[in-house]
Design a protein around this ligand. Structure first.
Ligand SMILES: *Cc1c(COP(=O)(O)O)cnc(C)c1O
Length: 437
């Protein structure tokens, strides 16, 4: 299958080119040329299948023209070493818990899949050298990518993070790994880290010396596999007789997760509609209200993985509905939006804990509240609980007045030895460092 750029000024790419390059040459995002349907009989049979079988079906639908079936099946099996259960919270609201992977956040699925797919392409290319993944992180992306790529041959990962600005729990998840993972502790902000990565991708001398790629949700290999758990959640709801009038709510930042859900629906999954939940970074909410998209700098909130002022996958959402006349009307027919302040997030966390004993993390709290505010009585709502609350322990403890237990997987990271390279926010120094590797 060929992939085109949302900016339409780059040549079509193969899957391999799209995955290795990340972003198209014209700075657009790659989109598959067609979205193949999954037959209604297969959809009706999902409830009789395991998560692995469901994910393999979806993976084949995306990638079977490009990856041999047994290879793809192996990648799916290795990616999904954990489950994504649906848990009843209260009323007609359910939590799709995506935090049972190695770094306790949903990004594990996409990062693990991408690492294995990229690893396959590199092995196929033979001795043509290593690929270097550069990733700037404010916390969650770095841990998922570092752990997903750990030990994958032919790939080296550089995680750039702002010194003193990520929590100790987050930092240990990408600074203690060693092997093919290098943590660069940048004397600056998250924006400085991102600027260094962008400058590196633009630098021709650097790109001649080493193959560079990115592992955020602009990469098709990272965002498409996120469709797997939408299909699995539907199957689980059907087993309970609750799949009619299903509304799925996605706490959103860069909108990769929601876009994967929109793809699932285009493939034939019967989701009635979506709700995008925002924190105070509400450019998407405003777009739905006004029809005008105005990206702006992000503001810091309790749900910090959603602190995005210019969501990168917005271009994909526009493209997905671009053929349907009035794009804004077409998007509004599929997606509603809600936005919450930090005070509202805290209040939701307290209410849900008191009423139902369920501990939400600040991101999931936006998702839950958007369903409570937006569901019609005939509808059933599922929100994506994108991270384990212990990843935000001090926030959660402070709001709920509890001492949340840290899962064993997180504690194991905290025992490791921190290894990082100090880096200035000056590009020349970063470039010298990379050139010397
Ligand atoms: C990354 C992240 C999000 C936002 O996901 P997008 O795909 O960028 O919209 C939400 N919650 C958590 C916990 C995250 O780590």
């Amino acid at each position: 299958m060929q992939y085109y750029s949302t900016n339409n000024h780059s040549p079509l790419a193969t899957l391999e080119e799209a995955v290795v390059k990340g972003l198209a040459g014209d700075k657009g995002l790659y989109m598959p040329e067609k979205i193949k349907q999954i037959a209604p009989a297969e959809i009706a049979d999902l409830k009789n299948r395991s998560f692995h079988e469901i994910a393999s079906l979806v993976a084949r639908t995306y990638f079977d023209e490009d990856i041999p079936g047994d290879v793809l099946d192996g990648i799916v099996r290795e990616t999904l070493s954990f489950d994504t259960p649906v848990v009843h919270v209260g009323g007609n609201i359910y939590s799709l818990e995506l935090f049972h992977g190695p770094t306790l956040a949903f990004k594990d699925v996409g990062a693990r899949f991408m690492a294995r797919l990229l690893g396959y392409f590199i092995r196929k290319r033979g001795e043509k050298g290593e690929v270097n993944v550069l990733v700037a992180t404010s916390g969650d992306t770095g841990s998922a990518v570092a752990n997903g790529f750990l030990g994958v041959e032919g790939i080296h990962v550089y995680v750039l993070y702002p010194k003193g600005k990520v929590s100790a729990i987050q930092e240990c998840q990408f600074t203690t790994l060693g092997q093919n993972i290098t943590a660069l502790e940048v004397d600056g902000t998250f924006d400085d880290c991102q600027a260094l990565v962008k400058a590196a991708f633009m630098d021709s001398e650097l790109n001649q010396k080493m193959m560079l790629t990115s592992a955020n949700s602009i990469n098709v290999a990272r965002f498409l596999p996120q469709s797997f758990y939408y299909f699995n959640a539907y199957a689980e709801m059907e087993r309970h007789g609750l799949a009619q009038d299903l509304v799925v709510c996605v706490p959103s930042g860069n909108f990769g997760n929601l876009t994967a859900g929109l793809f699932a629906k285009k493939m034939g999954l019967p989701i009635k509609r979506f709700i995008a939940a925002n924190n105070r970074n509400d450019v998407f909410f405003e777009y739905l209200q006004t029809g005008t998209y105005t990206p702006r700098p992000s503001v810091a909130t309790l749900a910090n993985a959603m602190d995005v002022g210019a969501p990168s996958n917005f271009a994909r959402i526009l493209d997905l509905y671009g053929g349907e006349g009035d794009v804004h009307a077409a998007i509004c027919a599929q997606i509603a939006a809600a936005r919450y302040t930090d005070e509202q997030i805290a209040e939701t966390m307290r209410n849900v804990y008191q009423k139902y004993g369920y501990i939400l993390d600040p991101h999931g709290a936006c998702g839950y509240q958007a369903l409570e505010d937006g569901l019609q009585p005939s509808e059933t709502g599922v929100f994506l609980e994108t991270a384990h609350p212990a990843k935000f322990k001090s926030t959660v403890d402070g709001i709920l007045g509890i001492d949340l237990e840290i899962p064993e997987r997180l504690r194991a990271f905290m025992k490791g030895q921190k290894q990082s390279v100090a880096m200035s926010r000056d590009f020349a120094a970063f470039k010298d460092y990379l050139m010397a590797q």
